[in-house]
Structure formats: structure tokens, C-alpha cells
Write a protein that binds this ligand. Structure first.
Ligand code: R7I
Ligand code: MG
Ligand code: MG
Ligand code: MG
Length: 355
């Protein structure tokens, strides 16, 4: 199997950053009108040259701040790079210190209690605060999934991807509906890095892995405790397969079946569907946008947890299409984009070194 090139690593981190920074502008809105979104995006493009004036500048306006999704993704990457492998104590410390330094990045309401406990010198087991969340049931939020892309950018072996995606998520999300979402997102990035995988193969592989992941006792009992059917992620992946066989799927059906919420179960499958659907042109999205741009636009147009769904789909699409599809004007509109490019290069070197 040919090794993925640097362009896919850069595409992945840039796509994730774009999804977060652009998505955050619309986060929490139940309805996002496409004309408003497209007009906002137009404002990111370089101003047309003025008659007899100065040469056109680069992106207009202030840079768009990233949110907790990127703050935590960066901690995952920085920990992996510093330790050259997954280290739960170091990663937990970085999450907590980052929160302490910049608490106003838009963190989930409950996860901040985990950070506060991790900051206490009394904390000796870094997984314990996450287990105590929600009366001992653990969080099923999408916070483990939103930040996981660094794992498949370091580990090429699929068993390692699953194992370390799970452990990295368990630092804050002890419910299997939280960490299984992180495993699914990590597997999606892992598969997107591979050369020329078809839409059908991509989805078939995700389904067969998740049917295995979700079959253990804890996954079965967590799903049942919340009133879900067995293998809830796998079921949604099968729904995605059905959707992709239709010539068009209304937004209302996507929201009903897959969702746009802060639970991993109501957002990770939506991000995967968005990526796969946007491989094809969309009659509502202007044709001059490429597939990566279309993916991010489509995610944001669904409303709800737009930064997180767009960051997850952006990571997958960026890994699949590579940095060629990352528009410089969009990237340069995002906070800390240059540092993101440097991190991608370091991850690529570590990935190759570990092969
Ligand atoms: O999952 P998490 O890190 O939040 C990530 C989201 C993303 O959209 C970010 O952009 C940011 O805005 O937040 O943080 P958590 O606090 O663990 O989970 C998020 C929310 O999910 C919680 O605040 C709850 O509203 C909900 N939630 C639950 N509600 C009831 N019972 C998560 N787990 C449970 C639960 O077990
Ligand atoms: Mg956020
Ligand atoms: Mg938020
Ligand atoms: Mg969000």
C-alpha cells in the first residue's frame, strides 16, 4: 500500500481548522440560510482589484477565531509530537492547562468539570474525572470525536487507531456513545488517507469495523441504558448507505435520521454523510466550489453544532482530497493557520518514522 503524502496531512488539519472557524460563526442556529452563508464566504475572498488603486490584498477583515474543537485537537497533536506516542497523563495535562489558559473557547458545559479535577494535585488517575461525569454514566458528547484526527495521523495500523482514539476520548468521555464516536471519526480519517478508496468501500469498511467495536458488553449496555437500539453507530452508517443510493435527500430527513446535535451519535455520522454526499455536485451549491469547500458549506447549512460537524467532515475531506483543495483565502482567514501547517509536517514525519 502506498504511503499517504504530506498533502493529505496538511489537508486534514487545514480542513478541520476551516470547519471549526467557519462553522463557529453559525454554531447553535437551528436554521442557516444558504444565501447568507454564501455571502459570508464571499467576504473571505480577496477584494477585487480597484480601478487604478493598490494591488488587491489577501483575505479581508479580522481572522476567525477557532473554538474548543481546535484547541483540544492541538493539545492532542502537541502531546503526540512531544511524547512521540500516546501518553494519557501528558495529554490530560495539556487539555486541562489549555482550558486554564483560555477558558472561553466555547467548551461543552459539563466537560469543564473534568478539567477542573484534572488540574487538582489530588488527581492520580487521569481517567477518573471523566468516569464521574453524568452520575457515573460518562459523557456522550462529541468532544472526543471533534479532536481525534491527530491519532490516525500518527498511527497507521488500524488496531492502534481504534485503541488510541478510544483512550484519548476516555480522558473526557467515558460513555461508549461518546468514545465510540471518536473511534468512528478516527477510522474515517484513517480510511480517507488511503489512496483512491471508493465511496462504497469507505462505507463498507466503516460498517464492518463499527459492528465489531459496538458489540462489546459496555457498548451494548450503554446504548440500552439510553433507550437506543443495539449498534447505534452501525445502524446510522447503514442509513447513510441508503441515503447515498437516493438521487436527492431532503435536509429534514438528514436531520431526523442523523441529526446536527452535540451528542456524538447525532453528529459523527452526519459529518461522514456530508463528506460522502459532497463527493458529488450539489444543485444548491455553486459549482465553482470544490468538493472540500462543498463539504464544509453543506455541514454548516445543516445548522446546529456547525463548528463540530464541519470540523469533523473537514478533517475527513481534507485527508481525502489533500491540501490542493484548501483555498488559501479561506485558510488565511483562520486563526493560527500557519502553526497548523507546521504541525501537519511534524505529524507526517512522525507517521513515516513509525512505519
Ligand atoms: O462533548 P463536549 O466536549 O462538547 C463538545 C461540544 C462541541 O459542540 C464544541 O464545539 C462545544 O460547543 O461543545 O462536552 P460535554 O460537556 O461532555 O458534552 C456536551 C453536552 O452534551 C453536555 O453539556 C450535555 O448537554 C450533553 N451530554 C449529556 N446530557 C445528558 N446526559 C453529554 N453527555 C450527556 C449525558 O450523559
Ligand atoms: Mg466548538
Ligand atoms: Mg459551543
Ligand atoms: Mg460545536
Amino acid at each position: 500500500r502506498p504511503r499517504p503524502g504530506l498533502a493529505r496531512f496538511r489537508g486534514c488539519l487545514a480542513g478541520a481548522l476551516l470547519g471549526d472557524c467557519l462553522g463557529a460563526v453559525f454554531e447553535g442556529r437551528s436554521v442557516v440560510k444558504l444565501p447568507e452563508l454564501l455571502s459570508f464566504l464571499k467576504g473571505l475572498e480577496p477584494a477585487p482589484p480597484e480601478e487604478g488603486g493598490e494591488a488587491a490584498g489577501s483575505a479581508r477583515g479580522e481572522s476567525l477565531p477557532y473554538t474548543d474543537d481546535t484547541a483540544m485537537s492541538r493539545s492532542v497533536v502537541q502531546s503526540l509530537l512531544a511524547k512521540q506516542e500516546f501518553d494519557e497523563v501528558d495529554m490530560a495535562k495539556r487539555f486541562a492547562e489549555e482550558y486554564k489558559k483560555e477558558p472561553n473557547r466555547g467548551y461543552g458545559m459539563a466537560v469543564v468539570n473534568v478539567f477542573k479535577k484534572l488540574l487538582s494535585p489530588k488527581c492520580s488517575d487521569v481517567f477518573e474525572p471523566a468516569r464521574a461525569q453524568f452520575n457515573g454514566k460518562g459523557s456522550y458528547g462529541n468532544g472526543g470525536a471533534m479532536r481525534v484526527a491527530g491519532i490516525p495521523l500518527v498511527y497507521s495500523d488500524i488496531q492502534d487507531v481504534k485503541k488510541f482514539a478510544k483512550l484519548s476520548a476516555e480522558l473526557t468521555h467515558a460513555n461508549s456513545l461518546g468514545y465510540n464516536g471518536a473511534i468512528l471519526q478516527a477510522l474515517a480519517v484513517h480510511l480517507a488517507l488511503q489512496e483512491g478508496l471508493s465511496r462504497e468501500t469507505f462505507l463498507e469498511q466503516l460498517i464492518s469495523h463499527m459492528e465489531h467495536v459496538e458489540a462489546d458488553d459496555k457498548s451494548l449496555s450503554d446504548a440500552r441504558a439510553l433507550g437506543f437500539e443495539d449498534l447505534p453507530f452501525s445502524r446510522r452508517l447503514k442509513k447513510i448507505k441508503e441515503f447515498l443510493e437516493l438521487s436527492s435527500v431532503p435536509k429534514a430527513d438528514v436531520l431526523f435520521e442523523l441529526g446536527n446535535g452535540i451528542a456524538a451519535l447525532r453528529s459523527v455520522p452526519t459529518a461522514i454523510y456530508s463528506f460522502l454526499r459532497c463527493m458529488d455536485a450539489d444543485p444548491d451549491i455553486p459549482e465553482h466550489y470544490n468538493a472540500l469547500q462543498r463539504t464544509i458549506i453543506y455541514c454548516i447549512s445543516l445548522g446546529g453544532d456547525t463548528d463540530t460537524i464541519a470540523t469533523m467532515a473537514g478533517a475527513i475531506a481534507g485527508a481525502y482530497y489533500g491540501e490542493e483543495q484548501v483555498p488559501p483565502s479561506w485558510e488565511q482567514s483562520c486563526e493560527a493557520f500557519q502553526e497548523t501547517q507546521r504541525m501537519a509536517k511534524s505529524l507526517y514525519e512522525l507517521y513515516c518514522q513509525r512505519l
